[in-house]
Ligand binder design. Structure first.
Ligand SMILES: Cc1cc2nc3c(=O)[nH]c(=O)nc-3n(C[C@H](O)[C@H](O)[C@H](O)COP(=O)(O)OP(=O)(O)OC[C@H]3O[C@@H](n4cnc5c(N)ncnc54)[C@H](O)[C@@H]3O)c2cc1C
Length: 247
C-alpha cells in the first residue's frame, strides 16, 4: 500500500494484481464459442474480427500516481473501476506535486514553479491549522498535486484505453503512464496485448484529420493511408521498442 509520505513527484504505474492465465481463459472462451480445440491462434482472429468479449473474463489492477489533473483523464474511462485517495478525509500534510514536463525542461520557470507550489502548500497547511476542514482547504490546492489511485479494468478496456492514450494526440503526461502500463501488461500477459501500438498503425490510417501528429512516418510515402506491408514493417519496429517498456 502507498503511504501519503511515499507520494511521488514523477508519474508512476505499478501492476498490483491480475488474473492468472487470462490468456488461457480468453482462448477457452473463444473456442467454446466456435466449438473448436483451444489454440492460441484464435485470439488473433478475435482481435481482427472484433470478437472482443473474450477479452473481458479477467482483471488487471494498477496503482497509479500522477497529478490530480491527469487523474481526471483516467477517470473518463468509465468501464474501469477506480479508488482514489480522498482529499476530504486525508490531510495533504506530505504535500507532493508533479512538475509538468515543459516546466521541468525550462529553467526559466522551474524555480518560480517550485516557489509557487511551496507557497500553496504553506497556505493550505495554515488553513487546516486554523481549523478549516481538509475538504474545504483542498480548494486551494493546485491541479499538480500528486494523487494515487487504483484502476482496475479487463483486457478489453485496457486495450481500448491504450489505443486512445498511446496516440501522440493524447497529452504526453498520460502517454508516459500508458507506455508503462503496456510494458507491464506485456510482461505478464503478452498474448492479449502484443498487437497494441499507436492506433494509426493498428488501423492503417490516422483518424485525426488535420489534427494528426505527423510524427508517425510511413516509409517512402506521405500518404495517410499506408499499405498493409508498410504498416506491418512499422508495427514490427514498434514492437521491438515496446518490449523494453515497463523495465
Ligand atoms: C486525444 C484526446 C482528446 C480528448 N479531448 C477531450 C476534451 O477536450 N474534452 C472532453 O470532455 N474529453 C476529451 N477526451 C476524452 C474522451 O472524450 C473520452 O471521454 C475518453 O477518451 C474515454 O473514452 P471512451 O468513452 O471511449 O472510454 P470508456 O469510458 O472507457 O468507454 C469504453 C467504450 O464503451 C462504450 N461506452 C462507454 N460508455 C458509454 C455510454 N454512456 N454510451 C455509449 N457507449 C458507451 C464506448 O464504445 C466507449 O468507447 C479526449 C480524449 C482523447 C484521447
Amino acid at each position: 500500500m502507498c503511504n501519503i509520505s511515499d507520494l511521488q513527484t514523477k508519474p508512476l504505474a505499478k501492476l498490483v494484481a491480475y488474473t492468472a492465465e487470462a490468456d488461457k481463459v480468453a482462448i477457452n472462451a473463444a473456442c467454446l464459442c466456435y466449438n473448436s480445440v483451444p489454440n492460441s491462434g484464435v485470439l488473433k482472429f478475435c482481435k481482427d474480427s472484433g470478437h472482443e468479449s473474450v477479452f473481458e473474463h479477467n482483471a488487471f489492477t494498477f496503482e497509479i500516481q500522477t497529478s490530480r489533473i491527469i487523474s481526471q483523464m483516467f477517470t473518463r474511462h468509465r468501464i474501469a473501476s477506480f479508488s482514489q485517495r480522498s482529499q476530504r478525509y486525508v490531510v495533504e500534510d506530505a504535500f507532493s506535486y508533479i512538475t509538468p514536463i515543459e516546466v521541468e525542461q525550462n529553467p526559466a520557470f522551474a524555480n518560480t514553479w517550485k516557489e509557487f507550489q511551496e507557497e500553496v502548500q504553506s497556505f493550505y497547511t495554515a488553513m487546516v491549522a486554523f481549523g478549516i476542514p481538509a475538504e474545504q482547504a483542498r480548494f486551494a490546492l493546485t491541479n499538480a498535486t500528486t494523487t494515487v489511485f487504483y484502476m482496475t479494468a479487463n483486457a478489453r478496456e485496457w486495450r481500448h484505453f491504450l489505443r486512445l492514450r498511446l496516440c501522440y494526440r493524447a497529452q504526453e503526461d498520460i502517454r508516459i503512464i500508458a507506455r508503462i502500463i503496456l510494458g507491464e501488461l506485456m510482461r505478464v500477459c503478452p498474448t492479449l496485448f502484443d498487437d497494441i501500438t499507436y492506433p494509426c498503425l493498428m488501423d492503417g490510417f490516422c483518424s485525426q484529420g488535420k489534427m494528426r501528429c505527423g510524427k508517425i512516418k510511413f516509409p517512402g510515402t506521405s500518404r495517410l493511408m499506408p499499405t498493409k506491408g508498410e504498416v506491418s514493417n512499422i508495427v514490427a519496429l514498434y514492437m521491438q521498442e515496446v518490449s523494453t517498456w515497463g523495465e
